[in-house]
Each structure stands twice: as structure tokens, then as C-alpha cells.
Design a protein around this ligand. Structure first.
Ligand SMILES: CC(C)(COP(=O)(O)OP(=O)(O)OC[C@H]1O[C@@H](n2cnc3c(N)ncnc32)[C@H](O)[C@@H]1OP(=O)(O)O)[C@@H](O)C(=O)NCCC(=O)NCCS
Length: 396
């Protein structure tokens, strides 16, 4: 046992491009595990001092653990990477925050001395394993969660609009437009190049190609086009395909280490874990939960929102992002928030989004050495929030 907590650090973080779920998606003919293998191999390829035998656990967030995503995918990934039988693995489900929760568990293992080197990832192939696939809710589930709207993520966003009408459809569309624009600029500026691992896929006609570009972003989005979109979750509602995150396929992973091991291997970590917070709210308003989760993480860190220089917040829906920003006293266009765009534009392959946020924050820390603290935060179906505060280690 360790008498004191040790520093847990992020050495590297990568992801696949995110595809659209369904037959027109770039990963339609690629299995979930085959999205994970290229990212874990890339982590070691980019950090040659790290050998497979140093990895003490392979912790994967997977929301829908059935079909190709079942069978303890976390254990299968290192074997499918041809790293032998000696790397243990597990799969974790906290819905959208499954991957971020894996990272949260990973940093505490390292801090407590239970491990020195971990791979923590997240994957979701929403095309092959759709949301809620084969789920069998308890007969009392509706009753204990409030009502049927708690089951439908789009309806939970409509509920925020209804309960807090100050966040209008127009504001949600403007937020979505800004997310698309920031994404377009980040991609044009090459910000994704160092983070996205090419994945070889087979096309319908049997030919093979390398996928390295996100399929979901819609450059050139206009407010006019957004304002005409239908509201699929509710008649005369406010949530649309334009101001919601999409249905996507993708994988992301993070190489975590004790600071001591990273130093011994002469690696250059990007950030250090400071504190985490998990919280739960009324499931019908699940998108509001990053607020109490972040408060817990900040309190444990002895910080306030004013100390946070960069925020990577998952945008499940524009309205829940607007709600959280408002509670934090941040303007919708605050330059600290989602500087390279967010899930409304890149898409949201559920469990893959948490490690994606960590990868974005790591990239932003490298680019902004004067930024000291950063936050990764997400809302979660069933009414949960998960937040992690990090400290930049690239400041010299
Ligand atoms: C909202 C949702 C139902 C839309 O699904 P979809 O209908 O398959 O989405 P599409 O991409 O086909 O878009 C629908 C239409 O909007 C249009 N559209 C989407 N984004 C647009 C944009 N930024 N600008 C202009 N048009 C846009 C599309 O072109 C399409 O138009 P068409 O019907 O004329 O072809 C789906 O994305 C969804 O369920 N999102 C939420 C996922 C979720 O719950 N995640 C968990 C969070 S907790």
C-alpha cells in the first residue's frame, strides 16, 4: 500500500476518426474491436519505450456490452493486438461516461499504487449495436426514473428546454453553429492530425481504404439551415439533428502512467490527474448533471471554475451545454470551452467520447503551455455526470 497518493499522468491519447452509424457509415463493415486495436497499437508505436508487457490492465468503456461489444471487450483488445495472453482487461458501463469512468478508475489505481501503466479506452459502434439494443428495462424503471422521457435522451434535452425556457431553440442552433465552425477551423488547421489514427476498412465493393477523417462534421452549416430542421423527439420541440450530437462509430484510448514510471522511461506526459467527481440528478434532466459532478471535482481539487483555463465538455445536446455553461457563469462562446469544437459536430460514439475529450485537452495543453488547469466533463443517460480536473505538465 502507498502511504501517499502518487501522481497519475496522461502520456498520450489518440482516437479513430468518428464515422456515422449505419450503412452509410465509414465503419459499417468494421467491427468495434477493430476500431480499438489500431488505437492501442498507435499508443505503443508513438511511445516506443513502452512495451506490451508493461501494461497492467486494459480498461475499456463500452456502453452496450452485447454482440461484438460484449464478452469483456477490454480483455480481448490486447490479445487482438497480438500482445499475448498476459494483459488483463475489463469493460465498464456508465453509458456516455463509460470511457471517462475507465480513465477515472485508472488514475486512482495508479495514484494508490495498484498499477504503473494502463491503457484506458472507450468504444461504441452505434451502427452495429444501437442505443438500447436488446435492453430489458425493469417493470418499475419508468416509475423510479420519473417517467418515460428519462429513457429517451432527446426527450431529456427537450425537458431542459421546457423547464428552462430561457434556453431557446435559437440559442441551441447558434451554439450548434459555433460548434460546427470551431470544428471546421480546427480540422482545417490540422489539429486532428496528431490525434487521429488511420484505420484500414473494407468498402462495399471489397476494396480497402484508410479512414482518417471524421465523417460527421458539416462544414458550411448555416443558421438558416439549422432553423428549418425538424424536431424528431417531440412535435413542436426544440431539439433537432443539427443541435444534437449524432449517432456514431469510433474508439479512443489513453496511455496512463505513474509519473515515476514516465520519468524513468523519459516520456513527456501532457497532464496530471488532480481530482474527479461523479454525481447524479433527476434522470429526466440528465444533461444538467455535469454541474454537480464538476462542483465535486473542483471542491476536491480546492479550485473554482475561475481557475480552469480549458474546458472539454461533451455536447450531447446544445441545450444541456448551454445550461451547464450558464450555471458555471460562462458565456456560450467562452474561448476556454471546446476550442476545437465538440460532439454536436464531431459526433458522439458514447463511450469513446470521454477519452476523446482527454485527447483534445492534452492537445490543447500542448498548444497552450500557460494554461494550468483543465476540465473534462460529460452528462450521462439515467441522470449522471462525470468530471475530471487535470493539470498541464507541458508548462516546462
Ligand atoms: C437527432 C437524431 C435523431 C438525428 O438522426 P438522423 O435523422 O439520422 O440525422 P441525420 O444526420 O440524417 O440528419 C437529419 C436531417 O438533418 C439534416 N442536418 C443535420 N445536421 C445538419 C446541419 N448541421 N446543417 C444542416 N442540416 C443538417 C440532415 O442533412 C438531414 O436532412 P435530410 O433529412 O434532408 O437528409 C440522432 O442524431 C440522435 O438520436 N441523436 C442523439 C443521440 C443520443 O441520444 N446520444 C446520447 C446522448 S446522451
Amino acid at each position: 500500500m502507498c502511504a501517499e497518493l502518487r501522481d497519475a499522468v496522461v502520456v498520450d491519447a489518440v482516437r479513430t476518426a468518428f464515422g456515422r452509424a449505419g450503412e452509410k457509415g465509414i465503419f459499417w463493415r468494421t467491427r468495434a474491436e477493430d476500431l480499438c486495436v489500431p488505437v492501442v497499437k498507435a499508443l505503443l508505436h508513438r511511445n516506443p519505450a513502452v512495451k506490451p508487457e508493461m501494461i497492467e490492465d486494459s480498461i475499456w468503456g463500452v456502453t452496450n456490452q452485447i454482440k461484438e461489444q460484449g464478452g469483456t471487450l477490454g480483455r480481448m483488445v490486447p490479445m487482438l493486438a497480438d500482445w499475448g495472453w498476459e494483459i488483463p482487461g475489463c469493460s465498464i458501463d456508465r453509458m456516455c461516461a463509460s470511457g471517462l469512468t475507465g480513465i477515472g478508475f485508472g488514475v486512482t489505481y495508479i495514484a494508490s499504487g495498484m498499477a504503473d501503466c494502463l491503457i484506458c479506452g472507450g468504444v461504441e459502434h452505434m451502427g452495429h449495436v444501437p442505443m438500447g439494443f436488446m435492453r430489458d428495462p425493469h417493470p418499475r424503471a419508468e416509475e423510479v426514473m420519473g417517467d418515460a422521457s428519462a429513457f429517451n435522451m432527446g426527450m431529456t434535452a427537450e425537458n431542459i428546454h421546457d423547464q428552462f425556457p430561457q434556453f431557446t431553440r435559437g440559442m441551441a442552433d447558434e451554439y450548434a453553429l459555433a460548434s460546427q465552425r470551431k470544428t471546421e477551423l480546427a480540422i482545417e488547421a490540422g489539429k486532428m492530425n496528431d490525434m487521429v489514427v488511420p484505420v484500414e476498412v473494407e468498402l462495399e465493393n471489397g476494396t480497402r481504404m484508410l479512414v482518417e477523417k471524421d465523417q460527421q462534421p458539416r462544414p458550411g452549416t448555416t443558421l438558416e439551415a439549422l432553423s428549418t430542421l425538424k424536431t424528431p423527439f417531440k412535435e413542436n420541440g426544440r431539439v433537432t439533428a443539427g443541435n444534437a450530437a449524432g449517432l456514431n462509430d469510433g474508439a479512443s484510448a489513453v496511455l496512463l502512467m505513474s509519473r515515476r514510471m514516465a520519468e524513468d522511461l523519459k516520456l513527456m506526459p501532457t497532464m496530471r490527474w488532480v481530482a474527479s467527481g461523479v454525481a447524479a440528478v433527476d434522470p429526466r434532466l440528465m444533461g444538467t448533471a455535469p454541474v454537480p459532478a464538476t462542483q465535486k471535482a473542483l471542491t476536491r481539487a480546492g479550485l473554482t471554475m475561475a481557475d480552469i483555463d480549458l474546458v472539454e465538455m461533451n455536447e450531447a445536446f446544445a441545450v444541456q451545454a448551454l445550461y451547464c455553461l450558464d450555471k458555471w457563469g460562462l458565456a456560450p462562446d467562452d474561448p476556454r470551452v471546446n476550442r476545437w469544437g465538440g460532439s454536436v459536430a464531431y459526433g458522439h460514439p458514447l463511450a469513446a467520447s470521454g477519452p476523446r475529450l482527454v485527447a483534445f485537452l492534452a492537445g490543447l495543453f500542448k498548444e497552450n503551455p500557460s494554461a494550468r488547469y483543465g476540465l473534462t466533463t460529460m452528462c450521462v443517460g439515467r441522470g449522471q455526470g462525470y468530471s475530471i480536473v487535470w493539470e498541464n505538465m507541458t508548462t516546462g
